[in-house]
Design a protein around this ligand. Sequence first.
Ligand code: ADP
Length: 175
Amino acid sequence: MATIEVVLGDITRQDVDAIVTAANESLLGGGGVDGAIHRAAGPRLAQAGSAIAPCDPGDAKATQAFDLDPPVRHVIHTVGPVWEGGAYGEAEVLASCYRRSLQVADELRARTVAFPAIATGVYGFPPGEAARIAVSTVRRTPTAVTTIRLVAFDEATHELYTAALHDEIGGDGPC
Ligand code: ADP
């Protein structure tokens, strides 16, 4: 079973094999975490993304990591749900983002993967529910990934992840 880590930090600075970005369907780059990853990876990321676009909400597709610092070798682009109140399958689409990203990581033979808090920025998904979905989904997805790092960009998200992990595994896990 993979180790789930919770950290506070910038996803572009993680020492992992693959980082996940909260993309939009064009895979051309956007704001927020996707903008930060595209700036760090350089313009070839958008070129590679557009070549494999579109990516549906809940799906994930991989490119190289280009100018991102090693050991990062892959960027996994996943498209979260736009929050429309919760009655439109948003939770299932968000869970699918985490599942599909881990499946793609397995195809790439990545062993360490970092995720941002998908859909909790511009897409408006409530962060507490998103944190619970992230933790429970990565914990339940069969994978050869050994370390799954949930990267919070702010203290509040870090606390939500820590609480979700505590609820999920009883407080003995690394955080
Ligand atoms: P979405 O469009 O899927 O909502 P956003 O990029 O707007 O995606 O936000 C998703 C999450 O990523 C938010 O919690 C935001 O604070 C966080 N975030 C923004 N920049 C970074 C970064 N450099 N590293 C990690 N997380 C980040």
